[in-house]
Design a binder for this molecule. Structure first.
Ligand code: FAD
Length: 458
């Protein structure tokens, strides 16, 4: 709740230090606040939810508190690991080798080594060799921007062949993007291949995933302490409804509360940012509106038995209503989950999909029978808790020529910035990329603000 109150009609005194409002207290907004405060700026974070963290926040399922959405850290997450180091948490990260399954044609297959891969049905040996070559080739491409000119479908068909595209890539793309799969550029799938391949120790071999004991709840609490120690004001339960130019700064409205800030950075998804920020010109508004978002519905389940030991089950069977199965407790210590087995069933969805508006009971009715079908040893009685979270604007799909169409961080209104995860180009949605974006944005904001207002670089 508010800890500082200023009258909106009173302009900030000329000699007062510059005061920034960061709208959105997810990992991006918090890291940005951290960097700006390290640069000597005065910062207040305004977060709509009752707690910080956004997609990375924790919640309670049964008597277990863990991340609302599943999160792992990868060995290659250099920017996130550097932040964890600054927070004194990096040495606590626990790394594990995880197992992977592949569910296709109504049957489950292990996918942990080259032999599993050779045995995998659906594809012949030549197709498998082309698929492996596609992954190795994709993982070696450093700059994904040229791939924005090609559709994922065209690129994957060319590299892996028609059969592999139809039987494997297309169902995987569809499970993540729904009918938007046809609009995704090759850069989208390249960024996914690159992130996952980087976690492997070699070829199509074992993966190393990590987590901080205590999960993101602990990371966020440590980050919040560090921010407050550095003078940052953190306010939760503050849904910002308007940001309006006022004198040399901005009037920021959150519920009944109206404040004056000198600079504002909105880190929310584009549809929220443009709704809240008054006075944007048509061009930038259209640029934001043009971004194609996917939503997500994600169920957390507590089971009294394991599903079998794989962290991740890829699904190409289009009769299954969720995207993957994540058995988190194969990675994290079961002390974290009170001895239960924590499983996530995510479903990424286009924004017009009715499942985004479905009740927990409706999601349960759609998901549980499919899970029981996939894991015949599992019975309904083994499911001790089932809870659903949903977010509308989660993933900005990298469409054709994506980075050329993206709005810049600086808006046409001097001192007002929109910095959000849609601006992650050349990478997939991850905390590592969010931290990187915050690092880059803070450097840009500081440099821009050294230029007299009105001549700021865009
Ligand atoms: C299912 C899933 C799995 C994931 N798995 C991983 C993983 O394994 N590893 C990994 O590194 N990353 C993972 N990620 C990605 C990671 O969660 C994101 O990259 C990161 O959390 C994004 O942070 P953000 O601050 O940009 O966005 P958000 O977390 O969405 O933060 C935006 C914040 O703005 C707030 N807000 C919205 N409107 C307003 C308003 N009007 N006023 C004030 N505040 C407002 C929201 O409440 C929210 O807190 C995963 C994401 C999902 C969805």
């Amino acid at each position: 709740m508010p800890t500082t109150v200023m009258d909106a009609r009173t302009p900030a005194p000329a000699a007062a230090p510059r005061h920034w409002a960061i709208v959105g207290g997810g990992m991006l907004g918090l890291t940005l606040a951290y960097r700006l405060s390290q640069a000597g700026e005065k910062v207040t974070v305004l977060e709509a939810a009752p707690s910080l963290g956004g997609l990375a926040s924790a919640w309670q399922v049964g008597d277990v508190t863990w991340d609302r959405y599943y999160h792992v850290t990868m060995l290659s997450d250099a920017r996130l690991r550097a932040l964890l180091e600054e927070l004194g948490l990096e040495q606590d990260v626990r790394w594990s080798v995880t197992k992977t399954n592949f569910y296709t044609g109504s049957s489950m297959h292990a996918l942990n080594n080259s032999i599993d891969y050779i045995r995998l049905p659906v594809l012949g040996l030549i197709d498998k060799a082309r698929l492996a070559a596609t992954i190795i080739y994709g993982s070696r491409i450093e700059n994904g921007r040229p791939l924005e000119q090609l559709s994922a479908e065209a690129w994957l068909t060319r590299l892996s062949g028609k059969t592999t595209y139809q039987n494997l890539w297309r169902p995987l793309l569809r499970s993540k993007l729904g009918n938007n799969y046809a609009k995704a550029s090759a850069a989208y799938i390249w960024s996914v291949i690159r992130r996952f391949y980087a976690a492997r120790r070699g070829g199509l071999k074992t993966e190393m995933f990590g987590y901080v004991p205590g999960g993101y709840r602990r990371i966020l609490a440590t980050l919040a302490e560090k921010l407050q120690a550095g003078g940052v004001t953190l306010e939760t339960g503050m849904p910002v409804t308007a940001v309006t130019s006022s004198g040399n700064g901005f009037q920021v409205t959150a519920g009944e509360d109206v404040r004056h800030f000198d600079r504002v950075v909105n880190t929310c998804a584009s549809p929220i940012a443009t709704k809240v920020c008054a006075g944007l010109n048509d061009r930038e508004r259209l640029q934001h509106e043009d971004i194609l978002y996917q939503g997500i519905v994600c169920a957390s389940l507590l089971l009294d038995r394991s599903l079998g030991g794989a962290y991740l089950t890829y699904i190409t069977d289009e009769t299954i209503p969720f995207t993957t199965v994540i058995e988190m407790s194969t990675l994290i210590d079961r002390v974290e989950t009170g001895g239960r087995h924590l499983v996530y069933l995510p479903k990424y969805l286009p924004l017009d999909d009715p499942l985004l508006g479905a009740s927990d009971e409706e999601v349960e009715a759609a998901f549980v029978p499919a899970l029981l079908r996939m894991f015949p040893g599992l019975a309904r009685e083994n499911i001790k808790s089932f809870k659903v979270t949903r977010t509308r604007h989660v993933l900005a799909v990298s469409t054709l020529n994506y980075s050329e169409k993206l709005p810049p961080m600086a808006t046409s209104i001097p001192g007002l910035y929109i910095v959000n995860s849609a601006q992650i180009v050349n990478g997939s949605l991850s905390v590592d990329e969010s931290v990187n974006l915050a690092n880059e944005a803070s450097a840009f904001l500081i440099a821009t603000e050294q230029v007299p207002t009105g001549t700021a670089a865009k």
